[in-house]
Design a binder for this molecule. Structure first.
Ligand code: UT7
Length: 332
């Protein structure tokens, strides 16, 4: 088995900002409610010419630059996304063409709700670990504003648009150590697309409380499973494992979900209050929930701001429609 490292990260968000105060003029809500219940102040919204393809292209271009490789070094492209329009052919092919990647490489979209980036990273990890490819690009890009109902206050205050990307490469040092992927298809209708109005446009519909309850347990479970895959570690060993983790990059859906998952883990493992919470990288205030983009975007920002550094041990953990969940344990 080969080692597989993240050698470059990149991200992109649209310029247009939609604030809580803007939303106060659109639905019956308030800045106070949104901030207290979700941690979000504003989110970015793509203009009509921007799509998951154009945003993903920018993010990957930046990741390639940071990785200091040539675009023709990429041997496979995986795009985690939920909002390709039209649904096929894939966003991945379009991004490959815009970036003029090598002509014969395999490329595909992977749809796993907001966990799409964790799933895509796990796919890329396998192809590099097995020795089949040396360099694989993974993108998470979503234009959730295209499927958000701006008359529904239960959902429209949460979502935004953006993209993030990483380049994976075979190397000498440990990089992506392990991934855990999970699913709960029995709850698939808790987050759904439903037709509305005469033109039959389909918008996101969500049982927020159900998703919330699922999310905190699922994220905690995935964090445990990447650190202790066999589930055999004692509480003492688990405490030691968590103490070695420098940062956790969670899916940015709701700051309360992130904190509840951390508290859940602290009590399960027996760590003092705040020990895991303080490791959480949180960017939700500025971007809301931009689905598959949220984890690679937060990772890229944390790198740029020096909150995470080369050599750090991090967990990337998410959940989303499907319902799905998953995590990746990575030495940066
Ligand atoms: O990537 C995965 C995507 N989805 C999620 O991550 C969503 C997970 N769920 C959540 O984040 C939370 O459940 C929400 C933020 C959606 C809602 O927060 P909550 O604390 O679970 O609120 P709630 O659903 O229990 O609603 C409390 C009240 C309700 O009023 P009543 O029934 O108590 O009178 C809602 O109608 O808040 C009301 N409400 C709002 N009020 C002002 C719901 N949305 C709003 C709003 N502004 N935007």
């Amino acid at each position: 088995m080969h080692h597989v490292g993240i050698i470059g990260t990149g991200s992109y968000v649209p310029e247009k900002v939609l604030t809580n105060h803007d939303l106060e003029k659109m639905v019956e809500t308030s800045d106070k409610w949104i901030l207290e219940r979700t941690g979000i102040r504003e989110r970015r919204i793509a203009d009509e010419n921007e799509t998951n393809v154009t945003m993903g292209r920018h993010a990957l271009e930046r990741a390639i630059k940071k990785a200091r490789i040539d675009r023709t070094d990429i041997e496979m492209l995986i795009v985690g996304t939920n909002t390709t329009d039209p649904t096929w052919p894939s966003a991945a092919g379009h991004i490959a063409q815009l970036l003029n990647l090598r002509k014969n490489i395999p490329f595909f979209d992977l749809q796993a709700g907001c966990t799409g980036f964790n799933y895509s990273l796990a796919m890329g990890e396998q192809f590099v670990k097995s020795g089949q490819y040396k360099t694989v690009a993974v993108v998470g890009s979503d234009k959730l504003s295209a499927i958000t109902d701006y008359e529904d206050r239960n959902t429209c205050v949460l979502f935004g648009d953006g993209a993030g990307a990483v380049v994976l490469q075979r190397g000498d040092k440990e990089g992506i150590i392990r991934s855990h992927l999970g699913g709960a298809y029995q709850s698939r209708l808790a987050l759904d697309l439903r037709k509305k109005g005469e033109n039959g446009h389909r918008f996101m519909w969500m049982d927020g409380r159900k998703v919330y309850a699922f999310a905190k347990g699922a994220m905690a479970e995935s964090c445990l499973r990447v650190l202790d895959p066999g589930g055999m570690a004692s509480k003492e060993d688990l405490c030691a494992l968590f103490n070695r983790v420098d940062g956790i990059v969670p899916h940015q859906a709701n700051v309360r979900i992130i904190h509840s998952a951390a508290e859940h883990l602290e009590s399960k493992v027996g760590l003092p209050d705040g020990a895991i919470k303080k490791k959480m990288i949180i960017t939700i205030e500025k971007y809301g929930n931009n689905s598959t983009a949220s984890i690679p975007l937060a990772l890229d920002e944390a790198f740029q701001e020096g909150r995470l550094r080369k050599g750090n041990l991090v967990i990337l953990v998410g959940f989303g429609a499907g319902l799905t969940y998953g995590a990746n344990l990575v030495r940066l």
